[in-house]
Design a protein around this ligand. Structure first.
Ligand SMILES: [Zn+2]
Length: 257
């Protein structure tokens, strides 16, 4: 238990009492932190506008042991998320990145690289980058840092390379976590048939070279069918990983077109 300082991005906040909030922040040094922000709902909040959703701020908090909520003592705004002024799709994309981060991380598990990716993604959305590219690039980098990056080249069952099969398509195992060869298909549930173009593009985005935003760069050149399949595959995979469909997925249907 001690006084900690970090940069943080606000993922969510819920009313705790008439005057206080419980906030969930993703910090650079301590991973996800859930803390009580006393007085945050007062007209003259000590945190001013540092607790707006997706705002980046410099915080001071008291870390508590076990499952007790931490206590936020200071938050100074560094940058607001202005995506809502761009478009609703940009706003919902930002909220989706926050929900995804919240759902797939545990409190107090440091993931400094993820803080950087989240921060960069929000800046890109603010700069009016195509939300479809930002969302996909972010998902892939996040899955990589969680150790859950799907395989798009080698069979998720046996590790052999997989050729496209019937009608130039691939079988993608949601439970298995990647493409499957014919011999490994038996007994697999939740298998999607994806077109070669979809798998080739996902392979490119998942590759470990260059910047994650650049790798997702050609999303806009894909056919609408492929865009739809890419989103469908990512949603199914993430839903399986999170054990439930994320609320914001319903607001991102436009990314499939
Ligand atoms: Zn196999």
């Amino acid at each position: 238990m001690g006084l900690e300082k970090s940069e943080a991005i606000l993922l969510r906040s819920v009313a705790w009492s008439e005057t206080s909030l419980v906030v969930t922040l993703f910090t650079r040094t301590h991973g996800k932190v859930s803390a009580v922000a006393k007085g945050a709902r007062r007209l003259k909040s000590p945190f001013e506008n540092a607790l707006d959703l997706l705002a980046r701020s410099q915080i001071v908090f008291i870390e508590k042991a076990n499952d007790t909520l931490d206590i936020l003592t200071e938050a100074k705004l560094v940058r607001r998320f202005k995506g809502g002024q761009r478009s609703l799709l940009t706003l919902y994309s930002g909220y989706y990145l926050a929900e995804l981060t919240h759902v797939l991380t545990e409190n107090h598990q440091p993931m400094e690289s993820h803080f950087g990716v989240l921060d960069e993604a929000l800046v890109k959305l603010d700069e009016m980058e195509d939300p479809a590219k930002v969302v996909l690039g972010f998902e892939m980098e996040f899955l990589r840092s969680l150790g859950h990056l799907p395989t798009f080249e080698l069979c998720a069952g046996c590790g052999n390379s997989v050729e496209s099969g019937r009608n130039r398509s691939y079988l993608f195992g949601i439970d298995a976590g990647g493409v499957l060869c014919d011999s490994c298909l038996a007994g697999q549930h939740h298998v999607l048939r994806l077109r070669e173009e979809t798998i080739s593009f996902l392979r490119l985005v998942a590759a470990d070279r260059g910047s994650w935003m650049e790798r997702a760069g050609s999303y806009g050149d894909l056919s609408p069918t492929t865009r739809g399949e890419v989103r469908f595959a990512m949603e199914r995979f993430i839903t399986h990983l999170a054990d439930r469909r994320l609320r914001l997925m319903d607001f991102l249907e436009e990314l499939k077109r």
